[in-house]
Design a binder for this molecule. Structure first.
Ligand code: CAA
Ligand code: FAD
Length: 380
């Protein structure tokens, strides 16, 4: 497989790298401390086209490929994983879901605004009783003729308080199991739709995560996505692409921590020499570099599979499983290489370590990725 980047890829990557250094780095520690949503930064990312990268230009998107998207995700995540998850949800769950499965009217009405960053999206599958076990949806949407009546609770929703449009998965016919699940576009402000308090989190603290409550929310019939009963497959198909974004986020967190650790090892001296001259430190860096490169190849393979129109359920699950493990291991070692300084906020690696953990949990835990992978390889 050819992983050579084009001139265009390199330009997009460099633009994201410059943006992250100039616009994300300056306030990243403060936003993390205060759990502050990066409103200004999200606005700028919309202007740069980072929020609808893969959307067809006729709907206001950048018309770029998945490789460009993962390059941007990696660069943003090196510095601010709270910002990159906002980008990931809007691009690969919300915009991709609508571009692939919404009808023309829905695309005109919603996708055009989401792709330009004028509006922000959220993807609402998880519930208190339905996280990994996503078919156990308790939220109901009862067919009332010209509308559905939506009732229930979604939790852990990224962009939960900041989004304008929400893709909500709900059970329309319990007897039909996963075939009785549908996906709907819901707008903030509709009567009966209430955003709960913000979660106080270990990592990605700038990203706002909320519980959402729906009490007799009237959802017009025309806001259902796809044929009746398509909602679970909609979620699964969309998540396969989403997992490439989160794998790229994990890769970025790992590379960011590695770059900081390498730099520090060339500056810090102990026993009369730079710490990079101690083999124990040099070997840690060698392992980190090797693991990151392996993760990068898996992420690129998944992105290329998607761009080539090949099935990417397996490659995206492998990329997410592996890259998230590398993110966790690399960030722990980066803290170790920094010694005491690794334990304080000023040096950034402790934040990257806290941020890394979520990549093993959301968009399907590592255990769930192993279920997807093992089912795929054992199917025959
Ligand atoms: N594409 C299309 N269809 C798929 C599919 C895919 N990738 N995966 C499953 N399906 C279909 C199956 O074929 C099956 O349909 P049929 O009966 O017609 O064949 C149906 O969906 C049910 O599939 P399973 O029997 O495999 O369902 P399951 O109950 O065993 O669960 C699972 C499978 C993979 C564990 C799934 O429940 C899952 O992915 N769980 C994790 C949920 C998740 O990732 N949540 C993320 C929330 S979003 C988020 O987290 C965002 C964020 O943080 C930023
Ligand atoms: P559970 O499903 O209860 O799992 C608990 C443990 O059991 C895990 O270790 C899991 O791997 C393991 N486990 C469960 N079932 C099995 C099994 N069959 N075999 C082996 N092990 C198993 N969801 C959204 O819909 N939209 C969002 O925007 C979103 N953003 C999130 C942001 C954050 C910060 C967080 C923390 C979560 C977010 N989520 C979101 C939810 C996330 O996708 C779920 O937390 C995740 O899928 C796991 O579900 P759960 O928390 O219910 O854990």
């Amino acid at each position: 497989m050819d992983f050579k980047l084009t001139e265009e890829h390199l330009m997009i990557r460099d633009a994201a790298r410059d943006f992250a250094k100039q616009e994300l780095l300056p306030g990243v520690i403060e936003r993390d401390n205060k759990q502050e949503f990066p409103k200004e930064q999200v606005k700028k990312m919309g202007e740069l086209g980072f929020l609808g990268m893969m959307v067809d230009p006729k709907y206001g998107g950048g018309g770029m490929d998945t490789v460009s998207y993962v390059l941007v995700m990696e660069e943003l995540s090196k510095i601010d994983a709270s910002c990159s998850v906002i980008v990931s949800v809007n691009n690969s769950l919300v915009c991709y879901g609508l571009q692939s499965y919404a009808n023309e009217e829905q695309k005109e009405k919603y996708l055009t605004k989401l792709a330009t960053g004028e509006k922000l999206g959220a993807f609402c599958l998880s519930e208190p009783e339905a996280g990994s076990d996503a078919t156990s949806q308790r939220t109901t949407a009862i067919d009332k003729g010209d509308h559905y009546l939506l009732n229930g609770t979604k939790n852990w929703i990224t962009n939960g308080g900041s989004a304008d449009y929400y893709l909500v998965i709900a059970q329309t016919d319990k007897d039909k199991g996963h075939k009785g699940i549908n996906a709907f576009i819901v707008e903030k402000g509709w009567e009966g739709f209430e955003v709960g308090p913000k979660e106080d989190k270990l990592g990605i603290r700038g990203s706002d995560t909320h519980t959402l409550n729906f009490n007799d929310v009237k959802v017009p019939k025309e806001n259902r996505i796809g044929e009746d009963g398509f909602g679970f497959k909609f979620a699964m198909k969309t998540l396969s692409g989403g997992r490439i974004g989160i794998a790229a986020q994990a890769l970025g967190i790992a590379s960011g921590a590695y770059e900081l650790a390498k730099k520090y090892s060339k500056e810090r001296e102990t026993f009369g020499t730079k710490i990079m001259n101690h083999q124990a430190i040099a070997f840690k860096l060698a392992d980190m570099h090797t693991e990151i490169e392996a993760a990068r190849l898996l992420v690129m393979k998944a992105a290329k599979d998607k761009d080539n129109g090949d099935n990417y359920d397996l490659s995206s699950a492998m990329a997410k499983l592996y890259a998230s493990r590398v993110a966790m291991e690399t960030t722990v070692e980066a803290v170790q290489i920094h010694g005491g300084n690794g334990f304080v906020k000023e040096y950034h690696v402790e934040r990257l370590m806290r941020d890394a953990k979520i990549t093993q949990i959301y968009e399907g835990t590592s255990e769930i990725q192993k279920i997807v992978i093992s089912r795929s390889i054992l199917r025959d």
